[in-house]
Design a protein. Structure first.
Length: 107
């Protein structure tokens, strides 16, 4: 019996994995990981609705879990960044950054 493949398997993995290093950029990695999570959900809905057996359903499910974990990490880091800016203030953060850069250049 021939089994079909779901469409966006590789794209889901790429977007989920790209979202992880973008966590360091103020949590902006929630964009690609969120897209990967939404794509994985839509692909898995095809499995649940239709009678067709798909050969890569487990890979899509794994990609969904990876995307969810990376999405949670990014959202937590984004909330931490917003909290830091709110409590410390943007000017103070920039001053601390300038002082650290001066210390690094002097070494």
């Amino acid at each position: 019996m021939f089994q079909e493949k779901l469409q966006y398997e590789v794209l889901i993995f790429i977007l989920a994995i790209v979202g992880l290093p973008l966590c360091c950029c103020t949590g902006i990695g929630f964009i690609p990981s969120g897209i990967a999570f939404i794509l994985a959900n839509s692909e898995l809905k095809k499995c649940y609705i239709g009678d067709v057996k798909y050969s890569n359903q487990d890979n899509i499910y794994t990609g969904k879990i990876i995307a969810l974990i990376v999405l949670i990490i990014n959202v937590l880091y984004l909330v931490y960044t917003i909290y830091s800016i709110y409590t410390i203030g943007w000017n103070e953060l920039m001053e601390q950054s300038r002082i650290m850069m001066e210390q690094y250049e002097n070494q």
